[in-house]
Design a protein around this ligand. Structure first.
Ligand code: SF4
Ligand code: SF4
Length: 213
């Protein structure tokens, strides 16, 4: 929240106005939290018991990527169950998680943290919370859309979609490599499709959230 800037300020105090402009509230009020968020994510993560977490930090200690995360896995669990929806879904942590399952194996309360990370990723994609040009969620989304449509992943089409949505100039740089791979038969250009796509759509349509992306 930006604080209001007073209008009757003398010019020699202008630097103070600039300082005031930078003051942003860092805490959240109870009324701003989404109190259903923890339960919702727990359900999406196949009934994980978030309230069973004792905040011991073993997951953060064992995670090989926690040094690069904006919130450690322990913090993600705490923030999720307390309802910090925007913070968790906008965090880089869920996209840096490499699904190595170390945290899940070591957790003394048998909480499947990796499943929670997956549930948070799905939630972020479905509701468009993730940074729009961050490669990892865009790749996940474009891959899913391609498989949903054709029943198969045509790599060249997924790559083109990925570059168009993240960094189109990088596509020009990688074009030579793409041509070389195509000439060696390692990259197809024609779309690969299964025959009975209607069956796939029927299956995905019957799964919870299966066709929402
Ligand atoms: S290891 Fe398990 S109990 Fe400990 S902080 Fe992580 S999720 Fe909670
Ligand atoms: S599964 Fe993800 S959060 Fe858990 S230890 Fe591995 S990288 Fe870290």
């Amino acid at each position: 929240m930006q604080l209001p800037i007073p209008t009757n300020v003398h010019s020699d105090e202008s630097h103070k106005v600039e300082d005031i402009k930078k003051v942003v509230r860092r805490i959240k009020f109870e009324s701003e939290l989404d109190h259903n968020f923890g339960e919702h994510i727990a359900e999406k993560a196949y009934g994980q018991k978030l309230l069973g977490c004792i905040q011991c930090g073993t997951c953060s200690a064992t995670c090989p990527l926690s040094h690069y995360m904006d919130y450690t896995p322990r913090k993600v669990i705490a923030m999720t169950r307390e309802g910090f929806k925007e913070e968790v879904l906008n965090s880089l942590t869920i996209w840096l998680c490499a699904s190595c399952y170390s945290c899940t194996v070591e957790c003394p309360r048998q909480i499947h943290i990796t499943e929670i990370m997956y549930a948070l990723k799905r939630e972020a994609i479905q509701h468009g919370y993730y940074p729009k040009r961050l490669t990892i969620p865009v790749l996940a989304r474009e891959f899913y859309k391609r498989v949903l449509k054709d029943g198969r992943n045509t790599e060249s089409w997924v790559l083109v979609s990925l570059y168009l949505h993240t960094n189109p100039f990088a596509m020009i740089k990688e074009a030579i490599l793409g041509i070389k791979l195509f000439l060696r038969g390692r990259l197809t250009i024609g779309k690969e499709r299964i025959k009975r796509r209607d069956q796939l759509h029927a299956i995905l349509g019957n799964t919870k959230g299966g066709s929402q992306i």
